[in-house]
Design a binder for this molecule. Sequence first.
Ligand SMILES: NC(=O)c1ccc[n+]([C@@H]2O[C@H](COP(=O)([O-])OP(=O)(O)OC[C@H]3O[C@@H](n4cnc5c(N)ncnc54)[C@H](OP(=O)(O)O)[C@@H]3O)[C@@H](O)[C@H]2O)c1
Length: 298
Amino acid sequence: MIILVTGANGQLGKSIKSLVEPQKKSYSFVFVTRDQLDLSSPSNIQNYFDTHKFDLIINCAAYTAVDKAENYQEEADMINHIAVKKIAEIAKSNNIKLIHISTDFVFDGLKHKPYSESDACSPLNIYGKTKLEGENAILSIMKFNATIIRTSWLYSEYGNNFVSTIIKLAQKNNNLNIVSDQMGTPTYAKDLGQAILNIIKNEKFNEPNRVTEIYHYSNEGECSWYDFAKEVINISGIKCTISSINSEDYPTAARRSRNTIMSKEKISNEFGLKIVFWKDSLKCCMKNLSTLSLLNKE
Ligand SMILES: NC(=O)c1ccc[n+]([C@@H]2O[C@H](COP(=O)([O-])OP(=O)(O)OC[C@H]3O[C@@H](n4cnc5c(N)ncnc54)[C@H](OP(=O)(O)O)[C@@H]3O)[C@@H](O)[C@H]2O)c1
């Protein structure tokens, strides 16, 4: 099986790459960065697939700058919707399976229970809207052979994310104000990457003409950004206090959903996945950060 992974320089792309090295023999992975496959032009995407053949595409590339997207709607739409539509058309006509990553921001956050895959979507911001349009393009083009995985609050050892930002800020400040009225679940990108690798080995995934499905994946448990930051500080041992504030006290260009906790029942039942509690995965990531010397404990 020849597998293309887009967004190879992103958090999830790098996490998958770090996990597949030892598995090279059974699958052949091709990781592409923006330089190798720029998704900002459908004709460019077509040209690429005219000369490269794959059995599966894992689309980890996305326009992920949530606040910036409010002012760059066209750019966000191009990567999160138009490019996804083009990839789905190519996948369908060449019988290529597709795994596409989407977001909890397709929900407005007004539900008081965990979101299931069948709940109505109503994004509050441009990023969520463009990601939802990408999902809908796949659903209308690929009745079969596509798998959409919505995830939330992704962090990793790579790039800028909430964990690395909190560590850097805490090293320079005695106190940080963090919002406590937005609830969700962090996702360690390596756990999601491993879940994807387990799924592609699963018999059900490999059934011919498998009906296209949406799944939710995050770590287990729930917390606010405030709880998340406190746990980062707790594990790091950095001396910094975390104070709780409301969303109104931290205005952002893009509106944020108040609750994006998602039920993982469907994905764990269908593929037999064991999902780790978020604090345990956070410890694991921060241990790796510490090894990489990004977390400089004094
Ligand atoms: N991060 C989160 O908290 C979060 C939450 C929910 C869902 N998700 C979803 O999870 C997936 C993975 O997210 P992530 O955190 O790994 O994202 P990320 O670290 O921002 O990586 C996204 C990658 O997409 C690439 N990309 C952007 N524009 C491109 C273009 N025109 N052509 C080709 N590649 C392009 C970027 O390339 P460059 O490196 O060159 O910029 C980057 O490597 C995405 O679908 C995202 O929407 C993320």
